[in-house]
Design a protein around this ligand. Sequence first.
Ligand code: ZN
Length: 111
Amino acid sequence: MRDIGIDVEVPTGEWDGDENCPFHGSLRLRGQVLEGTIAKIGMQNTIVIERNNVRFMQKYERYEKRTSALAAHLPSCIGEVSLGDRVKVMECRPLSKTVTFCVVENAGGVL
Ligand SMILES: [Zn+2]
C-alpha cells in the first residue's frame, strides 16, 4: 500500500484492480484537498460531492449561501458510501471530462 502523502486513514475496503487508486494503483495525487458532502452516488466509481460556500455580499449586507458540485473518482477500497457522508477528496490528473478529484477518506455521516 502506498503512502499518498497526506494524513488520512488508510482505507480498509477491497481493491478491485483499479489502477486509478492512490493507495493501490498508480494514481498520483497533488494540488488541492477539499471536503464535501456526498450528493450523488450510483455512477460507476464516481460520486458527486457538494460544498457549501458562504460569502458576504456587500450590496445587500447579507451572507449568501452557495453550493458547488464536484465530481470525484471513488476507489473501491474506500468501501460503501451513502448520501450525506463527509468525504475528503484530493486533486489528481483528469480522469474524465469532469473528474479531476479522487476520494481519499470517508468520514461517514455526520449527525
Ligand atoms: Zn485502493
